[in-house]
Ligand binder design. Structure first.
Ligand code: PMP
Length: 404
């Protein structure tokens, strides 16, 4: 049985379907953006009366707001298991965090990235060696090892996803961190799809950087995180130039030294950051029930899909890797767009279709289907507000639509 845990807002809101009825919405699109946790709503409501400028205000509410903003850094640091002196820079989202890291890497850094990455982690690098999709998790480790070992002299950075936004498969980030270390390289993990589903501990895993987004972590849009080693960030020019990032401005400008201030010019997204920190706190206290619940639901979904002969799940590693609650599939006789729209219009089910901002990866997974012109898939992704009824409704709908 599915155990109760934290709750989100907006579960089962009524949505119109084609025959004029309304049905409770089956939101199976958590990997795009997750609904807000009730605890996030409460934290923002509590903060609003004190909502005020941060850092430069002397008034009481400014002090309260500044305290909450800086405390959020500590909450996030502990959520990702960052060491005491690691930097936690607030960004807009994962894309922004990865671009900040790309901006901060020393000139000439040899970046190694798998072409299975989301575009946010694939594209920001000026120069990168792109590794093809590995056939097994072990091959991912050996390919990264080889590529890093063969990199020219200079700093080295391996960039890899924690959990795939296409297949939900977990990448062996601990082992990848070990081979990075062995080759004098750093490792940056795109944790956008990992942190909503699993705890992460940068210190014990040996991760140098992690990036993630608040809006996938049950908080609103607009706040994200780059956490990790401060040295490259402290040495890089400010990501944005302006107030807050400058230590003194005269004829010449001296930039702030701490990694955070240096890269957070302008008035920050205080409420977004408070919300994100509240989500981190809530999840930290609830991993056991969140993970157990998700496991039950994803098993139900995947075995239901496997029982439908015309539905084909996308997977890189089959049963060789554990997964989070993200499942992509194609259905014989349907293109992904029509299928996703029909699921919405007839059944009140929200899924995503397309290439999920991972064009090379989806192209690789659907390679065998190129002849049929199929280059997109449908993705169902689960989270805290997902129920057994949502899963069963999707499975029933797919059974009916496959037979049409
Ligand atoms: N990385 C992964 C693995 C993702 O799933 C996403 C969002 N789909 C991103 C990065 C980008 O996140 P954002 O749009 O919040 O910048």
């Amino acid at each position: 049985r599915v155990q109760p845990g934290p709750r989100v807002i907006g579960v089962d809101v009524p949505v119109p379907v084609r025959d004029g009825r309304h049905v409770p919405y089956a939101n199976l699109d958590y990997a795009a953006s997750a609904p807000c946790l009730e605890a996030v709503h409460e934290a923002v409501t509590r903060a609003l009366p004190y909502y005020s400028s941060v850092h430069r205000g002397a008034g009481y509410t400014s002090q309260v707001t500044t305290g909450a903003y800086e405390e959020a850094r500590e909450t996030v640091r502990s959520f990702v298991g960052g060491w005491r002196r690691s930097a936690v820079v607030f960004t807009r989202n994962t894309t922004d965090a990865m671009n900040l890291l790309a901006h901060a890497v020393p000139t000439g850094t040899n970046v190694v990235v798998f072409e299975t990455e989301h575009h946010a982690s694939l594209l920001p690098w000026k120069r990168a060696v792109r590794l093809p999709a590995p056939a097994t998790p072990a091959e991912a480790v050996s390919a990264a090892d080889r590529a890093l070992r063969e990199s020219p002299v200079g700093s080295r950075l391996l960039v890899v996803t924690g959990a795939s936004n296409v297949t939900g498969e977990l990448w062996p980030i601990g082992e990848l961190a070990r081979v990075a270390r062995r080759n004098g390289a750093r490792i940056a993990v795109d944790a956008a799809q990992l942190v909503p589903h699993r705890p992460i501990d940068m210190t014990s895993l040996g991760l140098d950087y992690v990036a993630f987004s608040g809006h996938k972590l049950y908080a609103p849009f607009g706040a994200g995180v780059l956490a990790g080693r401060a040295d490259w960030l402290r040495a890089a020019p400010p990501y944005l130039k302006g107030g807050g990032a400058s230590a003194s401005v005269g004829r010449t400008t001296r930039w702030a030294a701490p990694a955070e201030q240096r890269h957070e010019a302008g008035s920050p997204n205080v409420l977004g950051v408070i919300a994100l920190a509240a989500a981190c706190e809530t999840l930290s206290d609830a991993w056991e029930s969140v993970a157990a619940r998700e496991e039950t639901l994803v098993t139900r979904l995947r075995s239901g899909l496997a029982a439908l002969p015309s539905v084909h799940e996308l997977s890189l590693w089959g049963d060789r890797a554990p997964r989070v609650g993200i499942v992509s599939f194609v259905v014989d006789g349907w293109n992904a767009r029509d299928l996703a729209l029909t699921l919405s219009e007839e059944y009140g089910i929200g899924v995503r279709d397309g290439k999920f901002c991972a064009h090379p990866f989806v192209g690789h997974l659907l390679g065998g289907d190129r002849a049929s012109g199929r280059d997109t898939a449908v993705r169902a992704s689960l989270g805290i507000g997902t129920s057994e009824e949502h899963i069963d409704r999707l499975l029933t709908a797919l059974g009916e639509l496959a037979a049409r």
